[in-house]
Design a binder for this molecule. Structure first.
Ligand SMILES: [Zn+2]
Length: 219
């Protein structure tokens, strides 16, 4: 695969930055694409831009404001509180159609750029109830993209079966543990690195980090 070109869906967060390093080791050329859907924290886009610039990765930011127009959610509107879903309900951070649209547009970009591979950091293990992070959805979309463009794309999901601790372990194996810990943004309150420590994204990230460091014997 080292000869091939890949398009990566990139948010500047822990997961997709780990995927970016994985992709750089796996493919000859990586093109990153970030979607602007009116995130409350514009810093997310700045963070993604800065990382790509630093690593010399071709980066595209595509306007997806229609997503916020159609489906306002806790990630784009201040007045919507971030809440974990009750049993059987989706959390308020769920954006319907997000991965369907992002991956479809990444597919279009891959077609235009002559890339066979598409990479996304979705994960079924800690999927917070998001249906579009499941393996079955990705496999189904892969078939659909191939049929729609008469191509043979391969969607890669390096994190699909990892828990958060194992994602940190992967970052460490790639030699990028510190970089990812310090320079990525996962926090819903827009605080880079270890974040605010209180929002659901920070809690999940910290739990994984602590569990990984415990396994390593560092705490
Ligand atoms: Zn936070």
């Amino acid at each position: 695969m080292k000869q091939d070109k890949a398009v990566l869906v990139f948010s500047g967060g822990q997961d997709s930055t780990t995927c970016l390093y994985w992709a750089l080791e796996t493919f000859k050329e990586v093109i990153a694409v970030t979607f602007d859907y009116g995130q409350r924290h514009h810093l997310e886009l700045e963070c993604a831009k800065a990382i790509c610039q630093e690593l010399g990765v071709e980066h595209h930011v595509l306007d997806m404001s229609l997503l916020n127009q159609l489906a306002p959610n806790a990630l784009t509107r201040d007045e919507i509180k971030i809440e974990l879903g009750e049993e059987g309900q989706l959390p308020s951070t769920f954006v319907p159609g997000r991965n369907l649209l992002f991956l479809s547009f990444a597919g279009v970009l891959a077609k235009v750029k002559g890339a066979k591979h598409i990479i996304t950091g979705v994960c079924e293990t800690d999927f917070s109830g998001y249906p579009d992070c499941r393996d079955v959805f990705i496999k189904s979309l892969n078939v659909t993209l191939n049929l729609s463009m008469d191509d043979d794309f391969v969607i890669h999901t390096p994190l699909m079966w990892l828990n958060k601790a194992q994602t940190w372990e992967l970052a460490d194996k790639l030699g990028k543990f510190e970089y990812i810990r310090e320079k990525t943004l996962t926090c819903y309150n827009g605080i880079i690195g270890d974040g605010c420590g209180e929002c659901p994204a920070c809690v999940l990230r910290r739990r994984g980090l602590e569990s990984y460091l415990t396994t390593k014997g560092e705490i």
